[in-house]
Design a protein around this ligand. Structure first.
Ligand code: SF4
Length: 184
């Protein structure tokens, strides 16, 4: 089955790596995609499972404050984090995480390879190695990644996760290469 032209190779990526339009006001580094990373995925024939943007889903494009971009970035990220941690938003993120996991399970059921997940470091929502808390970038995961990881654990699924930053192109590309097992 599925012996057609598809690669059977996939990767899960944060929504804004494919769509910079979703990002909070004042923080987009690219017009549309994180070009170098997405091109690398395409060159290596990886299908993309795009995560939902948790902030867009829970707080809207303006993140609930039309002048949020006037704040310094880490203070604004902290405000966003505090909102995402409200119980109704955690419940919404759990449902969204389960939708993603359903897709991963379905691909794995047929032997497709899911190479891992690329998140966004420093994000209060999608950070992998670093996130924002108390107006500081510090080690730890974003709110959505924490929820997603809990749900993955519950399902017995292990997924390698790395974080990138659109402001650090060469370093991000090197990290993605390592994740998809291309010698750097
Ligand atoms: S890091 Fe996550 S929450 Fe922030 S814009 Fe990207 S997908 Fe949305």
């Amino acid at each position: 089955m599925f012996n057609d032209n598809r690669s059977k190779k996939l990767i899960v990526v944060a929504h804004c790596l494919v769509n910079q339009n979703s990002i909070s006001d004042g923080t987009a580094d690219f017009p549309s995609q994180f070009q170098e990373v997405i091109e690398l995925l395409m060159e290596n024939k990886l299908g993309i499972i795009q995560l939902p943007c948790p902030e867009l889903s829970c707080l809207g494009l303006d993140r609930g404050d039309k002048v949020g971009a006037m704040r310094d970035l880490l203070s604004e990220n902290t405000r966003i984090r505090n909102l995402l941690e409200e119980p109704q938003n955690i419940a919404r993120l759990r449902a969204k995480a389960d939708d993603v996991i359903e897709q991963i399970e379905e691909y794995q059921r047929y032997g497709f390879e899911v190479f891992g997940l690329i998140g966004i470091n420093r994000s209060p929502s999608c950070g992998i190695e670093t996130t924002t808390k108390s107006a500081q970038e510090e080690p730890g995961q974003g709110v959505f990644i924490t929820v997603l990881e809990e749900r993955l654990h519950h399902k017995g699924i292990t997924l390698k996760m790395i974080g990138v930053k659109t402001s650090q192109v060469a370093e991000s590309v090197a990290r993605v290469k390592k994740l998809i097992q291309i010698p750097v």
